[in-house]
Each structure stands twice: as C-alpha cells, then as structure tokens.
Design a protein around this ligand. Sequence first.
Ligand SMILES: Nc1ncnc2c1ncn2[C@@H]1O[C@H](COP(=O)(O)OP(=O)(O)OP(=O)(O)O)[C@@H](O)[C@H]1O
Length: 248
Amino acid sequence: MDVGRQPHQALPVVADGAGKKYRRGWALRETSLVIPQNRIVALVGPNGAGKSTLMGLITGLLRPTTGSIAVFGDRPTGGGLHPAVSYLAQQKPLYPQFTVAETLKLGARTNPTWDQAYAEHLIEQALLPMGAKVGTLSGGQRTRVAVALALGKRPSLLLLDEPLADLDPLARETVLRVLITEAKAQGITVVLSSHVLAELEGVCDHLVLLHAGRVLLAGDVSELSANGTPLGELALGHMRAAAQGEAA
Ligand SMILES: Nc1ncnc2c1ncn2[C@@H]1O[C@H](COP(=O)(O)OP(=O)(O)OP(=O)(O)O)[C@@H](O)[C@H]1O
C-alpha cells in the first residue's frame, strides 16, 4: 500500500537535557538521547522511572521544565500531538456510542494525512464489523480500532505506552505482531513501553532504559549487547544493579 508520506530529514527524537518537574519532584532529569529513524525502541524501567513522562514530552502533551526535546526537528509546544506522531496508550480515548465507521470518520476529520483505505484494511484484517458500536466491542477489539486510528494517520513515529496491558496473551501477541509488521513495512519508528520484557525480545532493536527519572542505558541492542545477551536479560541486569545500588 502506498505510504504517501514524505521522508523526514530530522531525527525522530532528540532530547537535550530535558527534564520534567512536578510539584512532588522531578519525574525526569537531564535526559539527553537520540532516537534514530526506523528503530523499534523498547522503553523500559521500573514503576515510576519516568517512561510515561518521557512519552508525554515526545507527544508534546507535556512541556519540559528544563532542556529541550525536538521531534522531527520541531519543538513540541505542550499543546497537542505532532502531526507525524501517533500515540497509543492503555486508555483508548474512543467514543463508545460511535460505530467503527464513525470512529474512522472522526480520524479522517482530525488528521490531514489520514488514509481511509488503509484504516479500513486494518479493520477488515481484525474482522470487525464497520457498523458495530465501539462500546459493544471487547477490549481486544477496541484496541484494534485504536490501532487503525493510530496507523490510519500514517505517522512517522508511533508511541506505544503499555497499549496492550489489558489484553489476554494471545490478543497481545496478535496486536503486537500487526503493529510491528506495519511499522517495519512502512519505516515507522516505534517507541514501545512495556513491563513484559520477554515480549520485547526479537521485536525491539533499540533500548532506552530509565531508572529514577534518569537514562541508565540507551542505544542499539546490537551495540549495547556485544556478547549477544538478549534485550530482556540486559535490561533486567541493569535494573537489578541500579536497585541494589540504591539499597546499598
Ligand atoms: N501528573 C503528575 N503529577 C505529579 N507527579 C507525577 C505526575 N505524573 C507522574 N508523576 C510522578 O513522576 C514519576 C514518573 O512517573 P511516570 O508515570 O512517568 O513513570 P512510569 O515509568 O511511566 O511508571 P509506570 O511504569 O508505573 O507506569 C513518578 O514518581 C510519578 O509519581
């Protein structure tokens, strides 16, 4: 299927000393990292490490307190999603009273780069009836609608913040396969946050590991793991060492 997107000259994400402070304290500190094109990035770290905050800065829904973050060379304003970015989280903001067809129509109205044929193809692939009300669909089926909305926008960067957390293992596997197959076929850079490290194995080729609001490790898995240690083991080893360092 024709992608119809112009390739971006600038890198998907460049963070330069980006930090985010809430009233309770720093959620993310002095984060400097680059996310190169065409990577499937695993964003991992323990609870409260700052993963969702980093996603929020990249989406532009949050503003950095310090430093800067650039998405395809643009500075997110804190006011809305970058046009080349799609974001999918566990909470899917779908209207239960809308049918699947009406949901896609809304996608078409709100996204200038919308590809209706492609979105319909993804709905057909999920065997979903266009006339079904979203509120009557199962969690897994609603996720497939949300996937069609996210990909129908034809993004260049897809942010996935634990989007599969409420799905059964089989549905998780299916949706993840669809997302990654589509992303690879179209050269979409993906940032995938998940606590299920085994799931990221063989899927992600780049790792960003956060701990206590700081970047502990970032880079291509092939470079970080010269001796071929699998991604999950690599991440868990560093997480354990950081937790032990804190406890000492
Ligand atoms: N809106 C907010 N107001 C105040 N503190 C916040 C807010 N959002 C996040 N935090 C705090 O910032 C820190 C990082 O939170 P964040 O949600 O980014 O972590 P996470 O790595 O996504 O965690 P999890 O794996 O549990 O989802 C936590 O200490 C959290 O309590």
